[in-house]
Design a protein around this ligand. Structure first.
Ligand SMILES: NC(=O)c1ccc[n+]([C@@H]2O[C@H](COP(=O)([O-])OP(=O)(O)OC[C@H]3O[C@@H](n4cnc5c(N)ncnc54)[C@H](O)[C@@H]3O)[C@@H](O)[C@H]2O)c1
Length: 354
């Protein structure tokens, strides 16, 4: 079946292709020497003569122990240099596969089939791996893009409304960061998503491509995609990880839009309204926010590796559209401001829809 869209992404290790379209998954499996799949999706893998290794999608899978376990299973399955691995799953499987294919016999060719909306519209390009060590999430990793990304929207049907909202949150953030025209296009594609999911995924991935091609190693422009993340990461810790990362990003975007140094205007208002709608469509946010621990929030916020020794580095809506990095001293007054916009955001979400 022909893909509805195809484009390539330049990276330091060469270009790789992105194909979007229903039915693409089956073609990708046909090219595999080994399939690594989220065990919850094992029954979706078409009949194949090559080994299929199922792994659970929990955070404990993307650890050094989880990588070692997969490497040993690959060795047992007879995987050799040059064998093409097809990885199928959400961000956990992506992180695991990126890391393991990078180091197994010093590098195997691989393709990635993302199966959550977050992975389809965001993480599947960029090539990053992030592996948990001890109780520190995403402490080690590298950049090892696949040779192909195959987005098959057939996987969307089984995702919960909450998982979709998390994916849309990251997608909206990317589109907003890219600029006003892209964000308007995103909102139109969001309205038409049920009939044409490919259009939204295509638009957001092309927007993300601009950031990863211009700054693959996160030194300048790609850092702007951390919009919502400093607040969001701290929220995840403060509510004991009872909220998914994508929804925490939507929350973080809302906090950022309330910061006095953030630009305001109709597009920022549309972004905030969209994030509120997404949070409202998800389950469990209200309960998670009721656990908010201010002390843990402050420690996590201050520990963010993006800050300097005496300054907070925030990504905020910019004049004229998009976002910009803004530094403020990390004085007690500046911290009070951060806490105030956070508390205002929590209060604004309290109510029947939150
Ligand atoms: N490498 C990167 O660039 C990058 C970027 C962002 C996030 N991440 C990582 O991604 C992870 C989160 O990934 P995620 O949100 O995609 O989900 P996930 O891989 O953690 O999966 C979440 C749940 O959804 C299930 N699932 C997956 N696909 C499904 C489908 N089509 N239908 C029904 N259920 C399905 C899984 O079995 C699991 O229970 C985190 O560990 C995060 O650190 C990596």
């Amino acid at each position: 079946m022909a893909a509805s869209s195809e484009f390539s992404v330049r990276s330091s290790t060469g270009s790789y292709d992105v194909r979007i379209g229903a039915g693409q998954f089956h073609e990708a499996v046909a090219s595999a020497a080994l399939v690594v799949v989220d065990e919850a999706l094992l029954d979706r893998v078409p009949a194949t003569s090559v080994p299929v290794l199922a792994v659970p999608a929990g955070e404990e899978t993307k650890t050094l122990a989880g990588c070692e376990s997969l490497i040993l299973r690959m060795r047992e399955a007879g995987v050799r240099r040059g064998d093409h691995v097809v990885a199928v799953g959400g961000g956990v499987i992506q992180d695991l596969a990126t890391f393991v294919t990078d180091v197994y016999m010093r590098g195997l060719p691989w393709s990635y089939v993302p199966t959550t909306l977050m992975a389809m519209a965001d993480s599947c390009i960029g090539g990053k791996s992030s592996i948990n060590v001890g109780d520190v999430k995403n402490l080690v990793g590298g950049i090892y893009p696949p040779s192909a990304v195959v987005v098959d929207p057939d996987f969307l049907a089984s995702l919960s409304a909450t998982a979709r909202a998390a994916g849309f949150s990251e997608a909206a953030k990317i589109a907003f960061c890219r600029g006003p025209e892209t964000f308007d296009g995103y909102l139109a594609a969001y309205d038409g998503f049920e009939g044409d999911p490919d259009a939204l995924i295509d638009l957001v991935l092309r927007a993300k491509r601009w950031f990863v091609e211009i700054d693959e190693h996160d030194r300048k422009e790609r850092r702007l995609l951390n919009f919502g993340h400093t607040f969001g990461h701290a929220l995840e810790v403060a509510v004991d990880h009872r909220i998914s990362h994508g929804l925490a990003v939507a929350f973080g975007v809302l906090c950022a839009t309330r910061h006095p140094l953030a630009a305001s205007g109709p597009q920022v208002d549309r972004l905030a309204a969209h994030c509120r709608d997404l949070i409202g469509s998800a389950e469990g946010v209200h309960e998670a926010l009721s656990r908010f621990d201010g002390g843990r929030y402050e420690r996590a916020f201050r520990a963010d590796k993006k800050h300097g020794a005496d300054a907070f580095h925030l990504i905020l809506p910019a004049e004229g559209g998009g976002v910009a990095e803004v530094s403020t001293p990390s004085t007690p007054e500046d911290w009070d401001l951060i806490l105030t916009v956070t508390q205002q955001t929590i209060a604004s979400l309290e109510g029947p829809t939150a």
